[in-house]
Write a protein that binds this ligand. Sequence first.
Ligand code: PEP
Ligand code: MG
Length: 889
Amino acid sequence: VKFVYDFTEGNKDLKDLLGGKGANLAEMTNLGLPVPPGFTISTEACKVYLGSGEEPSALRDEVSAHLAALEQRMGKKLGQADDPLLVSVRSGAKFSMPGMMDTVLNIGLSDKSVQGLAKQAGEERFAWDSYRRLIQMFGKTVLGVDGELFEDALEAAKTAKKVAVDTELEAGDLKKLVTKFKKIVKTEAGRDFPQDPREQMDLAIKAVFESWNGDRAKLYRRQERIPHDLGTAVNICSMVFGNLGPDSGTGVAFTRDPASGYQGVYGDYLQNAQGEDVVAGIRNTVPLAELERIDKNSYDRLMQIMEILENHYKDLCDIEFTIERGHLWMLQTRVGKRTAGAAFRIATQLVDQGLIDEAEALQRVTGAQLAQLMFPRFDEQAKVEQVGRGIAASPGAAVGKAVFDSYTAVKWSRSGEKVILVRRETNPDDLDGMIAAEGILTSRGGKTSHAAVVARGMGKTCVCGAEELEVDTKRRRMTVPGGQVVEEGDLISIDGSSGKVYLGEVPVVPSPVVEYFEGRMHAGADDADELVEAVHRIMAFADRKRRLRVRANADNAEDALRARRFGAQGIGLCRTEHMFLGDRRELVERLILADTGAEREESLKQLLPLQKKDFVELFEAMDGLPVTVRLLDPPLHEFLPDITELSVRVALAESRQEPHENELRLLQAVHRLHEQNPMLGLRGVRLGLVIPGLFTMQVRAIAEAAAERKAAKGDPRAEIMIPLVGTVQELEIVREEADRVVAEVEAASGTSLKLAIGTMIELPRAALTAGQIAEAAEFFSFGTNDLTQTVWGFSRDDVEASFFTAYLEKGIFGVSPFETIDRDGVGSLVASAVEAGRATRPDLKLGVCGEHGGDPESVHFFHEVGLDYVSCSPFRIPVARLEAGRAAS
Ligand code: PEP
Ligand code: MG
């Protein structure tokens, strides 16, 4: 195998092998764009290294050969004393992990070659500045020296010289700083800073490999669900210099605004600087538009390249570039991250530009982004106290207590507090705190600062660069204009869509996208309406493409109507137990405790009209659409009084010698029905089989309600669903009785009701015997909540709070199997049950009504295994529609 590829050898589709950065550098090289020459060490080499602790034996020779070719091309050797070739060594994985892994610039400088560089560039200051940067970065990332020691020394040098920024340090100052830095390395790392350029390069390559498994990187991957076994590529690129004076500089640019999606000139530029200065937010950048004034030629060329890239990638690209003495170089590009709103806008804009088609547009947005757009926003009518305004870096409305360090953010959020992490700027060490916080507020840095990039990636609200806020992390407070002080723990609100910062808690209102789905949003010209327009169009694409139908889990007319507005094509699960709570609980209690048939009959007789009325309302709300009514499911004890409370009541009455016959009888019954594992006990079809008349009453209520709707010229489409079936015999018994009742109602009302009867598949045995069960069922609905519970043996009510955190941390699964379907286990049972069921009954209707029905990844799975519909809570219906469309395109 080959481990090293020249930039001219790769292309953008080789991200697995070359990482995103390497693949795109190759793509740009082949597009003829100005990319400094270099080569990429593949992820395969990294995997070998991480697996064995050693580089593959062929790697050294391959690197030597590519380096020799590079040297020949550049006409100078790595680290050559009189005119050194310098390179950068940069990490670059398949998926972007901003700031999570290592990069070292200026490799090749040494005590000798720094002089050569100075002479060649005619710039002594520049050479020493580059050298001190090398020692600093190399010391920190390769040799593991605490970065603050270097920063403190740099700070001290500035203070001694009484200057504010590092560009004001002169060659002599930097020379002294180099000596200081080398001492720090020697003391801290126990070795000298290596003077041999090849040794520098080899150590840097190894450090990049190892940074794949750094704590920050691992945490980020878990967050973003990036697999841990991909490894990173290493890009070795000849250096170009943005720190060669005022006619040099470095910057980042977007071909469109990643926050709004609009085309324009977006980015930041920093004169006389190297790349890491921009991302770290160390000096304040200027907006990219100012480059036109600073260096018109480079600006024009950059605009031209941005257009080439957008048309080539057919998407928003972000770009890192450097200008070396008026010559523009491209250091990186990739399809850029964007906010949820921008994703929808950009997708429709690109369709309008004819760059992509509808199917491709659907791949440019996700259900998770749509869900984000459905979050509430701040109430514009509310009385607010605005104290600052920064850059709207990542949208959303976040309210929480101000905290000023990552540790406190994590600690407070663990104890249930909502917090806003406030920093001057963030760096990768703040990741824990950013995850824990509701939102992030910084006083420095632009749209491309660490805080902004990472927050957008996480879908977290972020306002950055709110410069009039004076953040004092040491004293855990910030001062706002006018002098007011926000202490740790004070409530603040930040708006990531406008960049505004408020004191106190600002009330929130529904999002315009929800208003649109609710039918309350009207067309207009403001920003929100444009977003709504884009969502509207994308939803239409999805609805045209998708094969899966989408139903709702709803058990009252109000939810059903909302679901319908959101696009539900029926109800996939009406949980009738929800209809037995409140005032009706007592009736159920009496039913359960009845000693005689007559008593039971009486309770059922009272329940019947109530149930019927529920169904009439539901069928009316869903007129013309299927409504799957599930017969009573949950364990009986849920309808009975709490055992401890009741025991106390009985004991008290006893001690006071008060009459307590009824309580005692109740207590005995509660004891009788008490179960150690109620979820595995008397529930579902088992209830129907042991409590005479219960299911009969429910079936009658459904049938009579349907007949009544028919008589009213409605179009009821009821389906009766039997829960927790494990064997076809259970179903047959219930079915026989149900068929009889339905026939009776049909005869009495003189209508044909055509009520389908089916079952849930939510026990492993049901899935395994699906072929038999299909004999007695006209439809299956997979109850993936119970199926996950019983396949894994995980109590669905307990595990998430008990040991799932440990499981997620250990990477046993990347996401709870109750949230996203476990394809290999639970999923394979679903797939085989689908096959067996259809083999018995080719027209068997198949759906899912567990929570997974509204989970994006799971929707794709259900599409793949050939279900007819998914059913989810009303609020998730748009997400399910969108994902069903994406799955089919
Ligand atoms: C299920 O088990 O997946 C299901 C939908 O039923 P419930 O959640 O009511 O048990
Ligand atoms: Mg269930």
